[in-house]
Design a protein around this ligand. Structure first.
Ligand code: 7TS
Length: 411
């Protein structure tokens, strides 16, 4: 069983004071912190093994290649992909989604085809599709949400039709804290001969994900939201599609033969990975996965739910505080967006920071969603495996203090 208090000790960055208060880090939807094992792994790599991958025969180059490719295999197992050919290293979720929009889109999308998104998408799962729609004269459609912030599946059934070429949907919302029914959506997309592309940035770090069982066509996620480093991520794609798609970038590493006028591509997954990759990042992500596997993703999920059960009703009990998304902790992930009446979320967040509590304020890269919710910004606390009920208490106390400081409700 996870003991957040104990796990905290694996994360050196958390043992510090901010504004003379001990740091309560609740911005995990933006980025998570790295445990000592991941930091050490990357340091060792740079101290002992650093060389370019896939090209050298010398010992360091071989070591670097072995470690980097071993990470790919760990990722394959972690998401249950059939083969490493289907596991592409990217910079992160954003680049993975862009690759699909560019490469799959250019090959398979035609004028009048429909691309179905939802109102709760992060900008990285909107803008790339807008650009594709412009290039191809395709049509963008949006699935609406229920009052509680769930995806409206009745509307999904209306929007996904035989005209649908792509359903691009987030697995977990970075604002509403809901998990979407990917299996149902996949069945719907496939029933109409469309494909499904899943933004897994807010799901893979928090729950077991099996891309084969989900039967998704593409699935993208980021290392830095799952105790790994920034600048590395993964795009899973079915071999069937990847084989028919052109690479997005061209150059070294991704070729088989280069002639003066024509070139041929390397086999999957390297065909998509032009240039020197983020080697230390890949290795670091492999160790992040080791760390998560040791805890077990089922247990990570259970522990976060325990925290949500604790914190959500306590937040909802604060007079003047609006919490977005489902009110039942069973349906809510550790991402909790809220607003305090009469106070701009930036001011609220600054006041919380003064008390050592790190949360995010803003539109969370989901402007269409915030417009849909009829607000321009929210504050957002997001919990992860090293957070504790004590952190939740600090958050609640800090909000109450802030309310008092601004004399809220006392007139
Ligand atoms: N999709 C979702 C659902 C996300 O939450 C994010 C990042 C991304 C995609 C993009 O990931 P990246 O690693 O490529 O940047 N979300 C956030 C956030 O909520 N606050 O900061 C980043």
């Amino acid at each position: 069983m996870i003991n957040g208090e104990k796990l905290r000790q694996d994360f050196p960055i958390l043992a510090q004071n901010v504004n003379e208060e001990s740091l309560v880090y609740l911005d995990n939807a933006a980025t998570t912190q790295m445990p000592e094992s991941v930091l050490q792994t990357m340091e060792t790599y740079y101290h002992k093994d650093h060389a370019n991958v896939h090209r050298g025969v010398h010992t360091l180059a071989q070591r670097a290649t072995e470690k980097y490719e071993a990470a790919r295999e760990k990722i394959r197992q972690f998401i249950h992909a059939k083969e490493i050919a289907e596991v592409l290293f990217t910079k992160g979720t954003t680049s993975g989604l862009n690759w699909v929009a560019r490469s799959f889109g250019d090959r398979f999308i035609n004028e009048g085809d429909e691309i179905v998104l939802s109102y709760m998408e992060h900008h990285s799962n909107i803008v790339a599709w807008q650009q594709l729609a412009k290039r191809k004269k395709a049509v963008l459609k949006y699935i609406s949400l229920t009052e509680d912030g769930f995806l409206d599946m009745e509307d999904a059934n209306r929007q996904i039709t035989e005209k649908t070429a792509i359903v691009a949907i987030t697995h977990g919302s970075n604002v509403l804290g809901v998990i979407n029914p990917i299996t149902e959506l996949t069945e719907l997309a496939h029933k109409h001969q469309g494909i499904i592309v899943v933004d897994g940035a807010q799901a893979v770090p928090h729950m077991p994900v099996d891309v084969k069982a989900l039967d998704v066509d593409f699935y993208a996620f980021s290392g830095h939201k799952m105790v790994g480093p920034t600048g590395i991520g993964v795009l899973y794609g079915k071999r069937y599609w990847l084989e028919q798609m052109e690479p997005v970038e061209f150059g070294g590493e991704m070729i088989d033969f280069v002639n003066l006028q024509e070139s041929t591509w390397a086999e999957l997954p390297w065909k998509f990975e032009a240039g020197t990759p983020n080697i230390a990042g890949g290795i670091g992500l492999g160790f992040a996965i080791d760390y998560l596997n040791k805890l077990g993703l089922d247990e990570v999920y259970r522990y976060e739910k325990e925290l949500v059960h604790y914190v959500l009703p306590r937040l909802e009990a604060i007079d003047g505080l609006t919490v977005y998304g489902p009110s039942d902790p069973l349906d809510h992930t550790g991402v909790i967006a809220f607003n305090l009446d009469g106070l701009h979320p930036h001011d609220l967040t600054t006041a919380l920071d003064m008390q050592g509590v790190a949360v995010r304020a803003g539109h969370h890269c989901a402007q269409p969603l915030l417009k849909y919710l009829d607000t321009v910004a929210t504050a957002r606390a997001s919990f992860y495996l090293y957070n504790t009920k004590d952190d939740a208490d600090h958050l609640i106390e800090a909000i109450k203090e802030t309310k008092e400081f601004f004399n809220y409700g006392s007139f």
